[in-house]
Design a protein around this ligand. Structure first.
Ligand SMILES: C[S@@+](CC[C@H](N)C(=O)[O-])C[C@H]1O[C@@H](n2cnc3c(N)ncnc32)[C@H](O)[C@@H]1O
Length: 270
């Protein structure tokens, strides 16, 4: 379906809007309409939906379509400790294991948007080893300069902090007027941000842990393969790659990776 055709189909659009709002709480009216139509048209042609009504029906019935469409539409969506169970696993198992092998850890949040993921990782490092910013480093990269400017300012509203416990909020954030919080320097000093296009730029090497989540969902299969291969090559043997919940890697051995936990892969030795 073309962008123009989608724009003409007001009835189908209303249906989709209602279905999304009811099913996942996503309010399309909060987004720039032109962009939404562009994305909807892209989503429908990529996944083979004939029109907006068919898509609305799929959204109502199929949670995975719902999730996929939500992620597809909300390009900069991010929050601290998104999918908290993954961060729990990083804290309990992955980081301590890496730390036993390496004295100094390099962690990369690829496609970091406004930096919530990178700062979440820095919080885990600080909790594991207070004051170890001179030892461990988190790199946050994104193609979107505007998002990186926000990341550097490190000021966040309540919508991005839903998964931050009261204890963490108090310890690692300074309250600002207007229900906003700024990440404290004790955490910010772990993190460095840089513009980086995953499709074009050379990848940093020697990474111990890479998070690349809710990014490749925007790409076609060929681009995805290329990105996974390069991410795997950026890891040290024994290093880990965590991807998003709709981005599982099939046959990870192709990239020299082995599944270690849900959506988590370990680069095999050698
Ligand atoms: C939905 S956000 C994901 C943020 C974070 N990883 C998370 O899961 O919360 C997707 C991010 O991917 C970035 N992105 C899209 N294409 C990219 C590319 N070619 N290279 C690097 N980043 C890209 C977007 O700018 C956006 O900030």
């Amino acid at each position: 379906m073309s962008v123009e055709a989608a724009e003409m189909d007001q009835e189908g659009y209303d249906r989709l809007q209602r279905a999304l709002k009811a099913a996942s709480g996503l309010d399309l009216t909060a987004y720039k309409k032109k962009q939404v139509f562009r994305r909807l048209a892209g989503f429908m042609s990529r996944y083979g939906f004939a029109n907006l009504t068919v898509l609305a029906e799929a959204v109502r019935r199929d949670p995975s379509v719902r999730q996929q469409l939500t992620d597809f539409l909300a390009i900069n969506v991010s929050e601290f400790f998104r999918n908290p169970e993954r961060f729990d696993h990083l804290k309990a198992a992955v980081l301590p294991e890496l730390r036993r092998t390496w004295s100094s850890l390099r962690i990369w949040s690829a496609g970091c948007s406004v930096g919530a993921e990178a700062y979440s990782l820095a919080i885990l490092l600080e909790e594991m080893e207070p004051g170890s910013y001179h030892r461990h480093a988190v790199l946050g990269t994104d193609i979107d300069r505007e998002a990186l400017r926000e990341a550097e300012a490190a000021v966040f509203g309540a919508d991005r902090l839903r998964e931050v416990s009261p204890g963490r909020l108090q310890r690692f954030f300074a309250a600002l007027p207007g229900q906003r919080w700024q990440v404290k320097p004790s955490i910010r000093r772990y993190v460095r941000f840089m513009v980086h296009n995953l499709l074009e730029d050379p990848y940093p090497s020697g990474q111990h842990l890479i998070l690349c989540r809710n990014v490749v969902i925007y790409f076609n299969e060929a681009a995805k393969e290329k990105i996974f291969a390069q991410l795997a090559a950026s890891l040290v043997p024994g290093g880990y790659l965590l991807v998003g919940s709709t981005e599982a890697i099939f046959y990870p051995a192709r990239f020299g990776l082995a599944a270690a936990a849900p959506f988590l892969y370990r680069r095999v030795e050698g």
